[in-house]
Design a binder for this molecule. Structure first.
Ligand code: PLP
Length: 382
């Protein structure tokens, strides 16, 4: 019997939020409460300025969530028609399009990075296409240059769902400054944590101005709303948590990358397991550690065995968005074939990863996986 079989890994949750030390924000929270300015005040401004400086962008706007941020960006860009999105993403990417009365058109992903493929976009871009909304899936940067080239050639706006990607780098450049705008999420399992929240970053002055109005119902201050906006403001309390989270972001991203490297080393002997490719010069946040299992693997059985050992997993992203009930049978017709997405979503398995996870826990999870595949090989050989 392999040693890993005898190791009791104990309960290993999929993710644990990295919350700042309460003592580090206590004074700030007290000051906020005493001031009576509970939303959209100086703490939010400080967060916006610090993030804009860090990412080297002209504007950062804090909002209540990434979903409302995406909705606002698309509304502010005043689009009509279709927006090309990946199907291999979280549902909110497409929801933001649909909530604007726009039609999401699903395009295939790249088999290596699992992010939206420029060639896939090119295949589905029709005359009604107005924009591309691509996701930095799991924090792996998209092919930002390829998508930008295509968007410019086709005359499309380009936006990024950067929910997973605060701290990601593309060719050494921080995610946040690409395309017409990018939107981050600050929920508990994201690299930068506010509790709930989002950040819109853009170098487009006009778009920033409209998003600023839009997060406040479309009201520029005179109560004569210029367009139908939202309440998408961030509270001062959430901004205080985000500012504290920002203090440790670099160490935490380093830790996530180190744990991913250890996973890759420990799983290397398993024939056919692979990881999303992060290209040279790029950095991922590994917001999720999704691996691709060998095509022949019995994923359901592996999940069951890991679950029995107390190891929590998910299948991000299965089902892909175009096959979710919200997007089937809605009169939009069948999506074009998405062979890479279909193949990838059958093989994905998301493994536990959080910053305080120990090396022993990583080894324990990998040990269990190796035991599973060793047994499969023995059964096949028998
Ligand atoms: C890719 C992606 N986009 C958007 C969102 C929505 O973010 P929020 O919960 O901040 O609205 C998520 C949430 O997990 C996500 O994974």
């Amino acid at each position: 019997m392999s040693a890993a079989n005898t190791v009791n890994v104990g309960p290993v949750p999929l993710a644990r939020p990295s919350t700042p030390d309460p003592a580090a924000i206590a004074d700030r929270v007290e000051a906020i409460l005493r001031s009576g300015v509970l939303t959209n005040g100086p703490t939010v401004r400080e967060l916006e300025e610090r993030v804009a400086g860090r990412l080297g962008v002209r504007h950062c706007l804090a909002v209540s969530s990434c979903t409302t941020g995406l909705m606002l960006v698309l509304r502010s860009a005043d689009l009509r028609g279709e927006v090309i999105v990946p199907s291999f993403t979280f549902s909110a990417t497409a929801h933001a399009v649909a909530w604007n009365g726009l039609r999401p058109v699903f395009a295939d992903c790249d088999p290596e990075t699992l992010t939206l493929s420029p060639a896939g976009v090119d295949r589905v871009a029709g005359p009604r296409a107005a924009a591309i909304l691509a996701t930095h899936v799991f924090g792996t940067p998209c092919d930002v240059d390829g998508l930008q080239e295509l968007a410019s050639r086709l005359g499309l706006r380009l936006f990024f769902d950067a929910a997973h990607a605060f701290g990601s780098l593309s060719g050494g450049r921080p995610v946040g400054g690409f395309g017409d705008a990018e939107v981050f999420s600050l929920t508990p399992t994201k690299p930068l944590v506010a509790g709930e929240g989002g950040l819109i970053t853009t170098n487009d002055d006009e778009l920033a101005e409209r998003c600023r109005m839009g997060r406040d119902y479309g009201n520029p201050g005179d109560y004569d709303c210029r367009f139908v906006g939202l309440n998408a403001r961030m509270s001062e309390l959430h901004a205080a948590v985000a500012l504290a989270s920002l203090e440790s972001i670099d160490e935490r991203l380093e830790r996530r990358n180190a744990l991913q490297t250890r996973y890759a080393e420990r799983l290397e002997p398993v024939d056919g397991i692979s990881f999303p490719v992060v290209r040279p010069g790029d950095r991922s946040t590994f917001k999720d550690l999704t691996v691709l299992l060998p095509a022949s693997a019995d994923r359901a059985r592996l999940i069951e065995e890991l679950d029995a050992a107390g190891i929590e997993t998910r299948t991000y992203y299965h089902p892909p968005v175009h096959r979710q009930q919200a997007y089937t049978g809605n009169g939009w017709g069948s999506p074009p074939p998405l062979p890479v997405t279909e193949e990838v979503c059958r093989r994905v398995l998301t493994l536990p990863l959080w910053e305080e996870m120990t090396e022993a826990q990583v080894d324990g999870v990998c040990g269990r996986i190796r035991v599973f595949f060793d047994a499969v090989q023995r059964e096949r050989g028998a």
